[in-house]
Write a protein that binds this ligand. Structure first.
Ligand SMILES: [Zn+2]
Length: 64
């Protein structure tokens, strides 16, 4: 049985000897897990309205 690696799409043999299946390698497994973790940590839209300096902020009066 051949399956494509979810990370790099490389075809690999589904084998009990492959501890990283369905990935082709440990690297691809870690990449996939890392991508998943990154998505978990970044909430879409959360950083859009962070409190900060408003657009019409004027710096302190500095007359030269
Ligand atoms: Zn791979």
């Amino acid at each position: 049985m051949k399956v494509p690696c979810p990370t790099c799409a490389k075809t690999l043999a589904w084998s009990k000897d492959n501890p990283f299946r369905p990935f082709c390698s440990e690297r691809c497994k870690l990449i996939d897990l890392g991508a998943w973790a990154a998505e978990e940590h970044s909430i879409p839209g959360e950083s859009e309205d962070e409190p900060g300096i408003p657009f019409d902020f004027n710096p302190p009066d500095e007359t030269h």
